[in-house]
Design a binder for this molecule. Structure first.
Ligand code: COA
Length: 187
C-alpha cells in the first residue's frame, strides 16, 4: 500500500474488475484513453490474468480516496514499459468516478506514483502521453510536475478528426528540486 494524505494506492483485486469495466465503458472517460471500443467483463478478466504475469513494478494500482471512515476506489494508475537501462517508465492514470474529477485526487495519486517511481524504484524519467483535447489531464500533470516535451501531430483519430498527442515528463532532478521547495509539506 502506498499511502498519502487523502489518497492511497493498493493492488488490484479480481473484485475490482466490474467497476473497471463500468469506468472504461463510460464514453466521457474512454475518450481520453487509447481505448475506443466497448469492453466486456470477460475481456477485462483476460487483462487481469495478463497483469498478474507482469513484473510487480508494472502492475497497476487502484486509487482509493478517504471517504469519511472508509476508502473508496475511484480509479487506477500504473507504471509500464519500465526500461531498467535508461531508468525510465511511462505512467497511465484514470479516475473513473466522474463526480470526483477536479478535486485534486488525480494529482495526488500521480504525486504518490512519482514518489514511488523516483524514491523506491530509482527511476530517472517518468513520462506520459495525453491528448490535446484533455485540458483537465494536462493541468493535473502540470501540477504534479510534468513538463511538455513534445507533440505527436495528428497521432489520434477521434470523433471524426485527427488530434495531437502530447508527450510530458518529469525528471528525477526536477522532482528533487520541487521536493526541496516543499519542505515538511511534501507527502
Ligand atoms: C485526468 C485525471 C486523471 C485528472 O484527475 P483529477 O482528479 O480530475 O484532476 P485534479 O483535480 O487533480 O486537477 C485537475 C485540474 O484541471 C483543471 N481543469 C479541469 N477542467 C479544465 C478545463 N476544461 N480546462 C483547463 N483546466 C481544467 C482543474 O481546475 C484542476 O486544476 P486546478 O487545481 O489548478 O484548478 C482525471 O480527470 C481522469 O482520469 N479523467 C478521465 C480519464 C483520463 O483523462 N485519463 C488520463 C488520460 S492521459
Amino acid at each position: 500500500m502506498i499511502i498519502g494524505e487523502r489518497v492511497r494506492l493498493r493492488a488490484v483485486e479480481r473484485e475490482d474488475l466490474p467497476r473497471f469495466v463500468a469506468w472504461l465503458n463510460d464514453p466521457e472517460v474512454r475518450r481520453n484513453l487509447l481505448l475506443y471500443q466497448p469492453l466486456s467483463l470477460a475481456q477485462e478478466e483476460e487483462w487481469f490474468k495478463g497483469i498478474l504475469e507482469r513484473d510487480i513494478d508494472e502492475q497497476p494500482l487502484v486509487i482509493e480516496i478517504k471517504n469519511s471512515k472508509t476508502w473508496l476506489p475511484v480509479g487506477d494508475i500504473g507504471l509500464f514499459d519500465l526500461n531498467l537501462h535508461d531508468r525510465s517508465a511511462e505512467v497511465g492514470i484514470l479516475v473513473g468516478e466522474k463526480k470526483f474529477w477536479g478535486k485534486g485526487y488525480g494529482t495526488e495519486a500521480m504525486h504518490l506514483m512519482l514518489k514511488h517511481g523516483f524514491e523506491d524504484l530509482n527511476l530517472n524519467r517518468i513520462y506520459l502521453r495525453v491528448y490535446e483535447t484533455n485540458p483537465r489531464g494536462i493541468r493535473s500533470y502540470e501540477k504534479a510536475g510534468f513538463v511538455l516535451e513534445g507533440r505527436m501531430r495528428q497521432a489520434r483519430f477521434q470523433e471524426g478528426k485527427y488530434i495531437d498527442m502530447l508527450l510530458m515528463s518529469v525528471l528525477r532532478a526536477e522532482w528533487n528540486e520541487k521536493k526541496k521547495g516543499k519542505g515538511e509539506k511534501w507527502v
